[in-house]
Design a protein around this ligand. Structure first.
Ligand code: PLP
Length: 415
């Protein structure tokens, strides 16, 4: 898979010279991209929708024909995004990102028809994305982590115990983890949460388009999506509610009343149109793409273990997304490995990539009981719909070289 080649930063004043963000025009042309959990390329249908929408002038809030044409696109996309999660158009709220959708959801002031009192506790698994881990607008003292097992799956008994200690809990649980790909027992968690008079928010950013994400079947009350993980453009997300009796009494951004007062600001019409088109493709093509990725990932993991029998794949025994492998071998440093792969024309990531450029120990692996020394060697390889067999062979070729260098280093140390 070769993303479009361009010297993307050469025109930005202040980013000339030796800035590390400089990328040569030729450099991106012949690469193998294995960082789909960080972001996916724009799908063709999304690109077409984006380009077409960019030709429109109107503001969706205007009543004239130009405004109505823009509104039509936004509402059509809302329907398409709703369909991806089996929801209703009126229950989709567009935001600037998955991060913002999470922030909107994590408020004590989420009301339902039967419960207007503020939510008293926020529980979340210890492996949530940083945008959830910050706790949204809950006071720090009201936020509590829930443990996961060694396979990276939520401890349901701990959830039940915690939920029984609160009067009106909000629980936030991801459907699939961004580092390990491990799928969480969301439907089981929903039953526990609802029995405790709680609400369940599900961060489905990594799961959408890869596994079934029906909001009703999951038992989620609120669900977060991010456009760029499913082939839309970056900088767009959505919060979907399960029913129209769920209200956001304390919106994050107030102003012109867009998104029915939940998120003010003129809509990103073109991005929303692309999000809708990506949601259609992700829904229609999901089963086929997930099956193809599984075949490729099996080949990748078998090759990895044939070259390095001692390789550890985190969450290997658990149910995982078919596109994600997080692995390490003894003596590997993730940052060094990422650079070595990069020099071979291969994009992988060291653990969570949302804050790339900063090296931090993985809170996900820590929660799974992995020591910091081992965790610091974890490399994430994530596949997508455009990954090919040739990409996998290229990855394995690069790994063979890197593994042999690592083993020489180990032998040197032992001698
Ligand atoms: N939730 C999860 C599980 C993610 O992996 C990410 C991004 O990687 C987000 C939320 C944030 O989404 P966005 O990049 O749209 O802010």
């Amino acid at each position: 898979m070769a993303p479009a080649a361009r010297a993307i930063t050469s025109w930005i004043p202040g980013l000339r010279g030796n800035d590390w963000t400089q990328v040569k025009a030729t450099e991106l042309a012949e690469r193998a991209y294995f960082d789909w959990n960080a972001t996916a390329p724009l799908r063709e249908a999304a690109r077409a929708a984006l380009q077409e929408a960019l030709t429109l002038t109107g503001n969706p809030s205007s009543v004239h024909a130009e405004g109505r044409a823009a509104r039509r696109l936004v509402e059509a996309a809302r329907e398409q995004v709703a369909a991806l999660v089996g929801g209703r158009r009126a229950d989709v709220f567009f935001t600037s990102s998955g991060t913002e959708a999470n922030a909107l959801a994590l408020s004590p002031a989420i009301e339902t028809a039967n419960e207007k009192q503020p939510r008293d506790r926020l529980f979340m698994s210890a492996i949530e994305h940083p945008s959830v881990r910050t706790g949204g607008r809950f006071p720090r003292a009201a936020v509590e982590d829930l443990p996961v097992d060694a396979g990276g799956r939520l401890d349901l008994a701990a959830l039940a115990q915690a939920a029984s200690r609160a009067s009106r809990p909000l629980v936030s649980l991801m459907l699939a983890n961004n580092e390990t790909g491990v799928i969480q027992p969301v439907a089981e968690a929903a039953a526990i949460v609802h029995a405790a008079n709680g609400l369940l928010h599900v961060d489905a950013v990594q799961a959408a388009g890869r596994i079934a994400c029906d909001i009703g079947a999951l038992g989620a009350d609120l669900l977060t999506l991010s456009a760029h993980k499913i082939g839309g453009s970056k900088g767009l997300g959505a919060l979907v509610r399960a029913r129209d009796d769920i209200h956001f009494a304390d919106p994050l951004i107030r102003g012109g009343g867009q998104e029915r007062g939940v998120r003010a600001g003129t809509e990103n019409v073109a991005g929303i149109a692309a999000f809708g088109a990506a949601a259609v493709a992700a829904r229609v093509r999901r089963a086929e793409e997930a099956a193809a990725m599984l075949v490729l990932r099996r080949r990748l993991e078998a090759g990895l273990k044939a070259i390095s029998p001692q390789a550890v794949i985190f969450g290997e025994g658990a149910e995982r997304l078919s596109n994600t492998t997080l692995f390490t071998v003894d003596g590997m440093k993730a940052e060094t490995a990422v650079i070595a792969f990069d020099l071979e024309g291969i994009a992988v990531s060291s653990g969570a990539a949302c804050s790339s450029g900063r090296v931090q120990p993985s809170h996900v692996l820590a929660a799974m009981g992995v020591s910091p020394a081992v965790a610091s060697g974890a490399v994430r390889v994530s596949l997508g719909w455009a990954t090919t067999e040739a990409d996998i062979e290229r990855f394995l070729g690069a790994w063979r070289k890197l593994a042999s260098a690592l083993s020489k280093k180990r032998q040197g140390r032992a001698a």
